[in-house]
Write a protein of this length. Sequence first.
Length: 415
Amino acid sequence: MSETAAGPAIRRLDDWSAADLADLADEYGTPLYVTDLDRVRENAARLLDAFPDADVRYAVKAHTGRAVLEAVRDAGLGAECASAGEVVRALDAGYDAVQYTAVNPPAADLDVVLDRWRAGADLTVVAGARDTIDRLRDRGYDGRLAVRVNPGVGAGHHEKVTTGGHAKFGVPYDRAPELLAGARADFDVVGIHAHAGSGISGDQLDAHRELVARMGDLAREVGDLAFVDVGGGFGVPYHEDEPPLDPDAVADATREALGDVDAELAVEPGRYLVADAGVLLTRVNTVKPVDGGGTDGTVPVVAGVDAGMTTLLRPAMYDAYHAIRNLTAERPERPVTVAGPVCETADLFCEGRTMPTPRRGDLLAIGNAGAYGYEMASTYNSRPRPAEAVREGDEVRLARERETIAGVTDLEVGR
Ligand SMILES: *Cc1c(COP(=O)(O)O)cnc(C)c1O
C-alpha cells in the first residue's frame, strides 16, 4: 500500500485541527459540515490499492455533493446510484460509467434515467424484481442489465441498515438463474449484484464471506457475466477505540470466498470513502443541570446545540454513536447529554457521555459526519439545512450555502 496516497487507515476526530475548524465556524457560522476532499482521495486510493483488479464504484448516496463526486471521479471510481436524481448528479459530475440500482423505482425515475441512456449515457441498470425488468422492457430499454439478488444473508450494525436478507431487496436467490436466462433475449445481461447492508467490520467478515461465496456459486451456475457486484457496506470505526477496517483483509476474504469466476469483481462502498472526511460543527447555546444526578459530586448537564436530528439524523435513526469533541476548551469532565433544538426526544447526539463541561458558546465537533450526514438532512421543525465547507490542500471554500427560512417555504403555493 502506498502510504502517501492512501494516508492513515482512519482519521479520528482528534486528528482534525481545532484552530482550523474554529476558524471555519467563525467564517461560515454553525451548524456547518466540513468535508476534506484530500481525505476523500486518500480513502479512494486505499480502496483501489486493496482492490486493484476490481471495479470500484462509489455508492453516491453517502454524499452527493458536487465537490465530493468530482474528487471520487478523479480518483478513477465509477458511480453506483440509487435514484434518478443520483444518476443525473453523477452524470453531471462527469462520471463515464454509471450504475443505477433501482429499488422499487418510481415511473418518473425510470423515465428520467432512460432519457439519459437514450442521450448516450454509459449506463448499467440493476433490477431487483421481475416487475422492474418488465417495466424496463416496456420502455424500450435494451442496454446493460444486472440482476440484484437477495442473498439471504445480511451484515449491519443496526437492523435498519441490514438489507441483505430483507425481501424488499433483490430477487430470491433461487429464482435468479431463470430470470437472468429469460432477460438475455431483450437485454445485454452483464452482471449479478447483492448488497448485504452497512457495517462490514473485522469481526463481521464471516457474513460478508458467506454472501460473496453465494454470489460466486451463482456466477458459476449462470455463466457469461461481465461482473459480480458484491455490494458496499465497508465499515468505519465510529467509536474512538474501534480499530479501522483493513481493506486488504476484506479484499483477500472477498477474492477467496468468490473463488474462480470468469467475471470481474465489483464493489460499491459509500460510507468508507467519505465518513471520516467530514465533521459537523455545532455551537452550544444552552447548558442546564440534570436534576438528581451525579453521585460523585459532578452534576450531569444537558448541552443544547444548534445542530439536531434535522442536521445529522444517524443518532436518532440508527442509535448511531458519533465522537464529540469540545474544540473551545479542556475542562473538568462530567456526564453530558448533547441535545438538538428539535422538539423530539430522539433529538440527541449522546446521552450522559463523559466529556469536558460545556459552556454556552463552546464549539463542538461531531466526527465521522461525512457519510449520510448532509444527505439525510431535512427541514423538519422548519429548520433550514446547514451549510457545507470543503477543504482541499490549504484552500477552503463554501460548497453549499446555508438554507434560509425563506428557502424552507419556497415551494409553498399561494403564500
Ligand atoms: C447504500 C448502498 C451501498 C453503500 O453502502 P455503504 O454502507 O455506504 O458502503 C452500496 N450498494 C447499495 C445497493 C446501497 O444501497
